[in-house]
Every structure is written in C-alpha cells, then in structure tokens.
Design a binder for this molecule. Structure first.
Ligand code: ATP
Ligand code: MG
Length: 197
C-alpha cells in the first residue's frame, strides 16, 4: 500500500493568514534571500507530524482525532512575536509565537499518546507551539545569519490576532519542487459526539 505523508494541525482563519502574509512580505523585503518562505495560505499550527502513513492508519487516526476532539471544548489562542529555532543565534526556522491556554497542550498530548499507540514515536522535544514563516537555507553565510538574528531580536512584538479552535484537521502533504501542497483528509470538530457511519 502506498504511504501518504501526513500531519495533524490546526488551521488558521483567512484574516490571520493574510496578516501573517503581510508580516512575511515585510520580512522578505528586509532579509537576505537565503530563506524559503512558507506561502501564507499554507501557514498552520502543527500538532503532530506523522510522516509516511498507511491508508489504514489514516483511518485510525481520523477516528482517534474525532474522539479526542469530541470530548473537548473549543478554545482560543493568540498569535504574535517572532522567534527562531533552535536558538536566536542559530536561526533555522523563523516562526510567529502562539500564546495558548493549557487546552492546547492537553489536546496535543492526547494526540501524541494516541499516535504512539499506533507506533508513531514522539518528537523527543517538548511541544513548542509555533507558526513556521520560513526556513533558513543550510548554506546561508555567517553574515546573513547575523542579519536574520539581529532583525528578529529587535522586531517589535505585535499581536496578530486570535484563533478560535473549533476543529482539528488531518492533512496529507504532497511535496514537490514547487513546495508542499496540503490536502485535508479528515476534520474533527470540538465538543461534538463522534457520529458513527
Ligand atoms: P517542506 O518540507 O517542503 O519545506 P513543509 O515542511 O511545509 O514543506 P512537510 O515537511 O510535509 O511540509 O511538513 C508538514 C508539517 O509538519 C509542517 O508544519 C512541518 O513544519 C511539520 N514537520 C515536518 N517534519 C517534521 C518533523 N520531523 N518534526 C516535527 N514537525 C515536522
Ligand atoms: Mg518539511
């Protein structure tokens, strides 16, 4: 059976994506061209990266998500602030911060635990919710890297809005030279009972 590259994420409303797109464009104008920027419409909050997944497991995962979401309530988080992974002086991933209530951690941990039962190993690092704006090329020069760190460090913190989490989505990710295309495979709504087929 063909494996499908998959991940579980929270989608962002269109107006939040538009604001992230504006921020991304501003940064693109100020930073050296050594960054692969995520198209604004692709920006999302990853809860669990699954990688290659069989169609059977996708069905299991969709059911698990539905059950987990159904017994939880909607919650809200805000976004704002810039940072980099793994550290500010070694910027590999440029991100916008997520300020979320404990519910987000609980949801992520539950999904992580259920995925582990299906054999998906945990990330190893603690969950650190973020929205990836861009990825710095491996071959960026020390000078370019310093420019990136300096700008991100001094960038003013601005609240970019809030997101109401009403559902969790299982995505397929098709990688190509043009970038990733995400296709929603299943949606799990918060606070609703799992409807049996
Ligand atoms: P590309 O890999 O072409 O840059 P992408 O990272 O957007 O595109 P995927 O690699 O399919 O697409 O990743 C889908 C989502 O899962 C993204 O949010 C990505 O940051 C996250 N992700 C990918 N690999 C991992 C990983 N090893 N650990 C944690 N999250 C990951
Ligand atoms: Mg990737």
């Amino acid at each position: 059976m063909t494996a499908i590259r998959a991940f579980i994420a929270i989608e962002l409303p269109a107006e939040v994506r538009a604001r992230l797109g504006e921020l991304s464009e501003k940064l693109q104008r100020s930073l050296p061209p050594v960054i692969r920027w995520v198209p604004a419409n692709n920006i999302h909050l990853t809860l669990k990266f699954l990688g290659d997944t069989s169609p059977t497991n996708l069905e299991f995962l969709a059911k698990i998500m539905a059950a987990e979401a159904a017994r939880r309530s909607c919650f809200e988080f805000t976004i704002g602030g810039l940072g980099t992974f793994p550290s500010i002086r070694r910027p590999r991933v440029i991100w916008v911060g997520v300020q979320a209530p404990r519910e987000l951690d609980h949801l992520q941990r539950a999904i992580e635990a259920e995925a582990l039962r299906l054999g998906y190993s945990p990330d190893g690092r603690p969950f650190s919710p973020h929205l990836t704006l861009g990825r710095v090329n491996q071959n960026a020069s020390p000078e370019d890297v310093r420019k990136i760190s300096d700008l991100i460090l001094k960038y003013p913190h601005k609240n970019l809005g809030s997101v109401c989490v009403e559902q969790v989505v299982l995505f397929r990710s098709d990688l190509s030279q043009k970038g990733a295309t995400y296709v929603p495979l299943a949606t799990a709504k918060m606070g609703k009972r799992l409807v049996e087929k």
